[in-house]
Design a protein around this ligand. Structure first.
Ligand SMILES: [Zn+2]
Length: 112
């Protein structure tokens, strides 16, 4: 009856292995995993897509827009009463003025 005890022992170990849910971190891969790790590290905006409050926005002190690439499209709320955004492309090293008069410039950040 030693074989029966061995089978029961194996069944007990297997049920312990498969009884619980796996951690989400074990399932995700690639960019999703890096995003999850950034959230766990306390970075709530790893892709830098949240709205940025405008600063002075002059030519000498433009609003800095973070980007991990050499170009980025951004939307400006030129007038709070408007129901639309003014979109424009920004390129690294070339500050650009929006139609409302604010200046914007890309600032490099590390990619996720
Ligand atoms: Zn604008």
């Amino acid at each position: 009856m030693k074989w029966l005890q061995a089978v029961r022992q194996i069944a007990r170990v297997k049920s312990r292995w498969y009884s619980g849910m796996h951690d989400t971190l074990d399932h995700v891969t690639g960019i999703e995993k890096r995003e999850l790790l950034a959230h766990m590290a306390g970075d709530c905006d790893p892709f830098r897509i949240m709205a940025i409050k405008k600063g002075p926005g002059t030519r000498e002190r433009p609003n800095m827009i973070p980007s991990a690439y050499c170009s980025r499209i951004m939307g400006c709320v030129c007038c709070p009463e408007d129901n639309h955004l003014e979109y424009m492309w920004l390129h690294m090293g070339y500050p650009k003025r929006c139609g409302c008069g604010y200046w914007f410039e890309l600032c490099p950040v590390a990619p996720l």
